[in-house]
Design a protein around this ligand. Structure first.
Ligand SMILES: N[C@@H](CCC(=O)N[C@@H](CS)C(=O)NCC(=O)O)C(=O)O
Length: 254
C-alpha cells in the first residue's frame, strides 16, 4: 500500500466551458471561475488507496459532484496510530471527513451526512418507502454483511481458505439475501442511491478480488456490472491496489 501523505485535489465537477476556449476573454473568465471555486474547497478526506470504507465515501463525493481534497494515511506504516492523526481521528481509522468546521467519520454516517447537507444531487429517494428501504439496507449492511468481510483475515492475518471455511459459508449465505433484495429491481431502492454505494465495495471485494462466481447470484451480478461501469466507481477504484497484494481468487471460487 503506497501513501505519500500529500494532499491531493479531487472534484466530481467537470469544466463545461471547453467550447469557449478559443476566446481569450472566456478563457480568463473561466480561469477566474476555476480559481474561485478552488478557493472555496475547505473539505479534506483522510483516506487510503486500499480502503474499502473510504472508497464508498469517495464514490459518494464524486457522484454528488462535491469537490474535496484528500490526504492519504499510511495504514501499513501505522500513521493512523501516530498522535498527529489520533488527535484528529479518535478511532485511528480512515475514512475521516473534515468538512469546514464539521468532522464526521464512520463511512455510512458520512454518506448520510452528505445527503443531509448537500442536496443538489440527491441520492436518497423522496418516496417514503424507498427512503425507508435505503436506510434499512445501509444499516442492514453494517450489521449483517460488513462483519462477514474476509479480506483482512486473508491479507493481514494470513488465514487459509480451510481456516476460513465457516466464515466463507456464512458470507455466501448472506450474499443470497442481498441477491434477493435486488429481485425485480435494478438498484436496492427504485433509484440509484447511497444504499448501492454503501454495499458496493464489499461486493467488489468478493467478485473482483476473491473470485466469487457472481453468475450464481443473477441479480447481484447485473447490479455489480452496472455499478462497475459508473464513472465515480472507475475513478476511485481500489481493485488495482488490492490486486497488488496477491491473487486471492481461489477463496470464493467454488
Ligand atoms: N466502520 C468504519 C471502519 C473503518 C475502517 O475499518 N477503516 C480501516 C481501513 S478500511 C482502517 O482505517 N484501518 C486501520 C486500523 O484499524 O488500524 C467505517 O465504516 O468507516
Amino acid at each position: 500500500m503506497h501513501c505519500n501523505g500529500d494532499v491531493q485535489r479531487s472534484s466530481g465537477a467537470s469544466l463545461s466551458n471547453q467550447s469557449c476556449m478559443n476566446c481569450f476573454a472566456s478563457f480568463v473568465l473561466a480561469q477566474a471561475k476555476i480559481d474561485m471555486s478552488e478557493k472555496k474547497v475547505n473539505r479534506l478526506l483522510y483516506t487510503n488507496p486500499a480502503s474499502s470504507n473510504a472508497w464508498r465515501v469517495e464514490i459518494a463525493l464524486l457522484e454528488k459532484g462535491i469537490p474535496y481534497d484528500k490526504k492519504n494515511i499510511d495504514l501499513i506504516g501505522g500513521e493512523q496510530k501516530k498522535p498527529e492523526y489520533s488527535q484528529i481521528a479518535p478511532r485511528q481509522q480512515v475514512p475521516f471527513l473534515q468538512d469546514g468546521d464539521v468532522t464526521v467519520y464512520e463511512s455510512c454516517a458520512i454518506l448520510e451526512y452528505l445527503e443531509a447537507f448537500y442536496k443538489d444531487k440527491s441520492l436518497i429517494p423522496q418516496n417514503r418507502q424507498d427512503h425507508a428501504t435505503v436506510l434499512t439496507r445501509i444499516h442492514e449492511y453494517e450489521q449483517k454483511l460488513d462483519s462477514k468481510n474476509i479480506l483482512a483475515s486473508i491479507v493481514f492475518r494470513k488465514m487459509t481458505k480451510e481456516q476460513l471455511q465457516s466464515k466463507i459459508t456464512e458470507l455466501l449465505d448472506e450474499l443470497k439475501v442481498w441477491d434477493k433484495h435486488l429481485e425485480g429491481r435494478q438498484w436496492f431502492a427504485n433509484t440509484f442511491s447511497i444504499a448501492d454505494i454503501a454495499v458496493f465495495p464489499l461486493i467488489s471485494i468478493c467478485v473482483d478480488v476473491l473470485g466469487l462466481n457472481v453468475s450464481k447470484y443473477p441479480n447481484l451480478s447485473k447490479w455489480h456490472k452496472a455499478m462497475s461501469e459508473r464513472d465515480s466507481v472507475k475513478k476511485s477504484s481500489r481493485v488495482p491496489e488490492w490486486q497488488k497484494w496477491g491473487n486471492f481468487t481461489s477463496f470464493l471460487a467454488e
